[in-house]
Ligand binder design. Structure first.
Ligand SMILES: Nc1ncnc2c1ncn2[C@@H]1O[C@H](COP(=O)(O)OP(=O)(O)OP(=O)(O)O)[C@@H](O)[C@H]1O
Ligand SMILES: [Mg+2]
Length: 331
């Protein structure tokens, strides 16, 4: 395997629309994905799995177009699937088979000859940490072992692109860490492109360099993760002693936008005068400002700010599992 350091365009969609009957699942996605690792983050029903199935050529698109490694998603699904490994979100395993037979079988299904498939099945099961369990029946496996088997099936033909739909779903901390590390190795040491979906920023952050946030079938953010902070407004964080509500009222009466978490307040930087306005408010409302500084949000907080702009009441990324769609605003 060689590591390709220059990112190249691997997936492109133009105005991609997918309807299920009258229900619109993808509302015209325009996306250019580079090689490397990209995380697709979005609430339940956002369209993540539908997007994967469209680019794999597994379902027909309603309108729009797309290519994967230059192949047309509408007409060249077979070729695309020979270059992509797909780990679906649903349980795709046969409980009565041993792991080695299941993985070998998935290789044969995509056209590998039996001896080649057998040899690769041993290699990939070792890669996903199941060397010692490979002859056991899948029905005896934990969720973590099943997810690892699904990953092995996806890797059998040494694909250029690996698509993992919620790879950490249902995993405990140890299995999760191992899964994310394996995906990271597939990118860093294997030089492969990985696309993974998920509900939790922490998981995506551990593997991916880029992030795409999907909301109601639309892309709301597509950025390098290390540039995500640019997506949100700059804020000053202050910590006050006594009279927090009075301080908040005073700030708001001067037209400042305040996010308050008890004694800590974050105030949107509107201009160079914001700091002096904050100090004026402190004097007027008779409170002591204990701490003041530029607020540096973590990724989880950035995500919440973006969701807030969308009118979505989400408190943390894990809420996306049970999230009901609200609001029509766009970022
Ligand atoms: N086969 C189908 N028939 C009808 N509607 C569907 C079908 N598959 C998905 N949908 C709908 O399309 C929308 C997008 O679903 P999709 O499964 O792509 O979302 P998702 O982001 O993968 O969600 P999750 O986080 O729950 O896996 C949802 O509203 C869903 O109910
Ligand atoms: Mg899904």
């Amino acid at each position: 395997m060689t590591v390709d350091s220059d990112p190249k365009l691997v997936i492109e969609t133009k105005d991609l629309v997918k309807m299920y009957g009258p229900h619109i699942a993808l509302q015209g996605l325009n996306l250019k994905l580079q090689s490397g690792a990209t995380g697709i983050l979005g609430p339940n029903g956002a369209g993540k799995s539908t997007f994967f199935k469209c680019i794999l050529g597994l379902i027909t698109t309603t309108s729009g177009e797309g290519t994967v490694l230059g192949y047309d998603i509408r007409t060249q699904g077979d070729l695309i699937r020979s270059k992509i490994g797909y780990m679906p979100e649903y349980d795709s395993l046969d409980p009565g088979l041993s792991a080695i037979d299941q993985v070998r079988y998935s290789g044969e299904l995509i056209g590998m000859n039996p001896s080649q498939a057998t040899q690769r099945a041993h290699e990939v099961l070792e890669y996903v940490g199941l060397k010692d369990q490979r002859y056991r029946k899948i029905e005896t496996f934990s969720t973590g072992m099943k997810q690892a088997t699904k990953l092995a099936c996806a890797l059998i033909h040494d694909p250029e692109i690996l698509i993992c739909d919620e790879p950490t779903n249902g995993l405990d901390q140890r299995a999760r860490d191992f899964m994310l590390q394996t995906l990271r190795n597939t990118v860093n040491q294997g030089g492969r492109t990985v696309l993974m979906s998920g509900h939790v920023m922490d998981d995506i952050q551990e593997v991916c360099d880029n992030i795409v946030m999907i909301h109601k079938g639309k892309i709301v953010v597509h950025r390098r993760i290390d540039e995500l902070a640019k997506q949100v407004d700059e804020e000053i964080e202050i910590s006050v002693w006594g009279g927090s509500s009075r301080m908040q009222d005073s700030l708001e009466s001067k037209g400042l936008i305040v996010r308050r978490l008890g004694r800590v307040m974050r105030i949107k930087v509107e201009s160079e005068e914001t700091i002096s306005l904050i100090l004026e408010c402190a004097v007027e409302s008779g409170v002591q400002v204990r701490k003041m500084g530029e607020y540096e949000p973590d990724l989880e907080d950035i995500f919440l700010l973006i969701m807030d702009k969308l009118g979505a009441e989400v408190k943390k990324t894990s809420d996306l599992m049970t999230f009901e769609h609200t609001g029509e605003a766009s970022v």
